[in-house]
Design a protein around this ligand. Structure first.
Ligand code: IMP
Ligand code: MG
Length: 180
C-alpha cells in the first residue's frame, strides 16, 4: 500500500511540521507500544528540539481477528507531565478508542499541551471523533501490516505497508496474541 520511500517521505513531512510547531521548546513524546516503534525510531531522529521519550503499552485484544476487542492501556510508566508539551505518537487512528483513552490519561497529569501524531488514519473506521494534529497518510479501510503494524504478532518488521489479503486472515477466533 505504501512503499518504504513513501513512508520515509511522509515521516519527514510530519517531522518538518512538528519542528516548525514547537521550535526549540522541549517536547515529551508519549509513544504507544507496540505498533509505533518503527515510526518512533524514524520520527525522533528528524526532530530537533530537546526531546524526552516515554512509552506506554496499549492493547486492543484482536489475536487473529481484525476487529478491535477490549482496550487495555498500561499507563503505569506515565509519570507526571505537569507543564510539559506532550506529543502522543501512534501508528494508526482506527476506531480512535486508544487515542481517546491516552489523551485523557495524559490530560489528567496537567501537561501544558497535548497533541497527537499518527502515521495512518483509516478512512471510515472512526468511532471516536478526534482531530490528530499530524497525520502521515489517509488509507482505505483495509487491514494493514508492516512498518510496526502486526497481524497476530507478525509482519512488524516489513519496511513497507501492505494490505493483508482476506485469504491471509485465518480465523475470526479471537484466540491469538494480543495486538498492540
Ligand atoms: P484504535 O481502534 O484506533 O483504538 O486502534 C487500536 C490499535 O489497533 C492501533 O493502535 C493499532 O495498533 C491496531 N490496529 C488498528 N488497525 C490496524 C491495522 O489495520 N493493522 C494492524 N493493526 C491495527
Ligand atoms: Mg497500537
Amino acid at each position: 500500500m505504501l512503499s518504504a520511500d513513501q513512508l520515509r517521505e511522509g515521516v519527514m513531512r510530519m517531522a518538518g511540521q512538528i519542528n516548525q510547531r514547537y521550535g526549540r521548546r522541549p517536547l515529551t513524546i508519549v509513544g504507544v507500544l507496540t505498533g509505533s516503534i518503527v515510526l518512533l525510531a524514524d520520527l525522533i531522529r528528524q526532530l530537533e528540539m530537546p526531546l524526552r521519550i516515554m512509552l506506554v503499552q496499549a492493547r486492543s485484544y484482536r489475536g487473529r481477528s481484525i476487529a478491535p476487542g477490549p482496550l487495555y492501556v498500561d499507563a503505569s510508566s506515565l509519570v507526571d507531565l505537569r507543564g510539559q508539551d506532550v506529543l502522543i505518537v501512534d501508528d494508526i487512528y482506527d476506531t480512535g478508542r486508544t487515542l481517546e483513552e491516552l489523551i485523557s490519561l495524559v490530560d489528567a497529569t496537567n501537561p501544558a499541551s497535548v497533541r497527537v501524531a499518527v502515521l495512518l488514519r483509516k478512512v471510515g473506521r472512526q468511532e471516536i471523533v478526534l482531530e490528530p494534529d499530524w497525520i502521515g497518510f489517509d488509507i482505505p479501510n483495509e487491514f494493514v501490516v508492516g512498518y510496526g503494524l502486526d497481524y497476530d504478532g507478525l509482519y512488524r518488521n516489513l519496511p513497507f505497508l501492505a494490505a493483508l489479503e482476506p485469504a491471509e486472515i485465518q480465523s475470526p477466533a479471537n484466540d491469538g496474541e494480543p495486538r498492540a
